[in-house]
Design a protein around this ligand. Structure first.
Ligand code: ADE
Length: 227
């Protein structure tokens, strides 16, 4: 999968070199390119924002700069993700559908966001015809300083679903938030007793049918508490 991220803070993406995502890039399964939006500006001050029409607090990111950055990335068969707290809420089902695409482009807005004409422009019929799909996505009901951390969250959740990224693909089958919506059951490892607390007997029984039933029940209980 090809992934492009456009940002004024490329350094935010340093953790993408670590762990599974780093390995996926070394293996050539994921090709991540981070683009510095400021390098695209043409004025002496490398301006990326200006005051909003209609007044109000904060600054809005300039459509001209974003257009220059995105034009070469949005040619065909590509999903543009604009990070904004006003977007559609990211969840596991969305991660699963993005894990199947060939090319993702993350537009990381800061301040009060990106001039809305950028979204409008790339949503026009000629782009739709070329396979450009525009999504506004939020990772949760809170406001971050910008879209960089949100992009990292999405990239991690999406790429670990790509075949070959996880060492043991079976961990995908069992885990929390899989399509039936249950949070994962509690897990235990050695030793059998730690600080006076024992591992539940059932897990030592070797009865896989009963263990599976117990885990399902525990997962349902956790899901009830979490919602
Ligand atoms: N930018 C600022 N807050 C955000 C959020 N919650 N999700 C995505 N992008 C954001």
């Amino acid at each position: 999968m090809k992934i492009d991220a456009v940002t004024i803070f490329p350094e935010y993406f340093a953790p993408a070199q670590l762990s599974l995502l780093g390995k996926a890039q070394n293996k050539g399964i994921v090709d991540l390119a981070v683009h510095d939006l400021r390098s695209i500006t043409s004025d002496n001050h490398n301006t990326v924002d200006d005051t909003p029409y209609g007044g109000g607090a904060g600054m809005v990111m300039l459509p001209e700069v974003w257009g220059k950055a995105l034009d070469p990335l949005l040619i065909s068969d590509v999903d543009l993700i604009i990070l904004t707290p006003a977007g559609k809420r990211f969840n596991q089902a969305m991660a699963e559908s993005f894990a199947k695409v060939n090319h993702l482009v993350f537009a990381c807005g800061r301040y009060e966001g990106i001039d809305d004409r950028v979204r409008q422009y790339y949503s026009q019929p000629e782009f739709v015809k070329s396979g450009v799909r525009v999504h506004e996505v939020s990772i949760g009901d809170y406001v971050l300083g910008g879209g960089e951390v949100a992009s990292l969250v999405m990239i991690e959740a999406i790429t670990r679903l790509i075949p070959g990224v996880l060492g043991n693909p079976e961990s995908l089958m069992d885990e929390s938030h899989n399509s039936d919506g249950y949070l994962e059951y509690p897990n235990f490892t050695k030793p059998q007793e730690w600080r006076g607390i024992s591992v539940p007997e059932i897990l030592l029984s070797g009865n896989h049918g009963e263990i599976a039933k117990w885990r399902k029940l525990q997962a349902q209980e956790r899901a009830k508490k979490a919602h």
